[in-house]
Write a protein that binds this ligand. Structure first.
Ligand SMILES: [Zn+2]
Length: 224
């Protein structure tokens, strides 16, 4: 007697359906779930949140705390936004510092919405310390930053004064300072000028991006 190999008969269309069911089961149960994309809660054509480019950049937005010269919390929360070109440039400067062995940049202030500039002005209506809202600060255009450098342990380098110190000691053309302070300031100025920022005479921490112009903005970021 011939050997008969038992072959269950499955008609081709049923076979096809079984395959489909198996595939569906595999993809619903076993296949890796696609990563849930974090949707930005702001207009990414107009703005970039700095930490979205590099989350090793330290954020210490002083006006979102009481640790600032007004001693009051002026911003609802601490997020750091800049115009896209300026944000990319800051991320590049941060990387340069990290490559040199530093921890990188620490941001004290970034984009400052016009309504927040108004709050500052209402608190301190003195144009020696606060730019009048109608004049408009580069911060309110999303092009200015207040920042310093941290070492690899996260400690701020000695820049001679604290942020928002309004004495001549904070002036960037003040050469009557210890050698290491002058070197630290030169390091900050050097990496920022390399990526298109320019400092001002009275505040060692303030730099504005020069390669692009933007209008003042009223947009205020959401608090998470
Ligand atoms: Zn500033």
């Amino acid at each position: 007697m011939k050997n008969v190999i038992y072959q269950p008969f499955i008609n081709p269309s049923l076979k096809g359906r079984l395959w489909t069911v198996c595939c569906l089961l595999f993809f619903t149960c076993c296949a890796q779930k696609p990563k849930t994309e974090v949707k930005a809660d702001y207009n990414t054509k107009q703005w970039t949140e700095l930490t979205s480019l590099d989350n090793s950049i330290k954020i210490d937005i002083r006006y979102a705390t009481t640790n600032n010269f007004t001693k009051a919390k002026m911003y609802d929360c601490d997020r750091c936004f800049l115009r896209p070109e300026a944000a990319k440039a800051i991320a590049k400067a941060h990387k340069t510092l990290k490559d040199k062995g530093y921890g990188g940049l620490k941001m004290f202030d970034c984009y400052r919405p016009k309504p927040y500039q108004q709050r500052l002005w209402d608190k301190v209506p003195d144009d020696r310390y606060v730019t009048p809202p109608w004049k408009g600060s580069q911060h309110s255009r999303g092009l200015a930053v207040d920042l310093t450098i941290v070492d690899k342990n996260g400690k701020e380098l000695d820049m001679g004064t604290e942020f928002d110190n309004f004495t001549t000691k904070a002036h960037s053309d003040n050469m009557d300072l210890p050698k290491n302070v002058l070197e630290n300031r030169q390091l900050l100025r050097g990496v920022l000028e390399q990526v298109g920022f320019k400092g001002i005479r009275t505040e060692w921490w303030h730099f504005a991006y020069q390669k692009k112009k933007y209008d003042l903005s009223d947009w205020v970021w959401q608090c998470k």
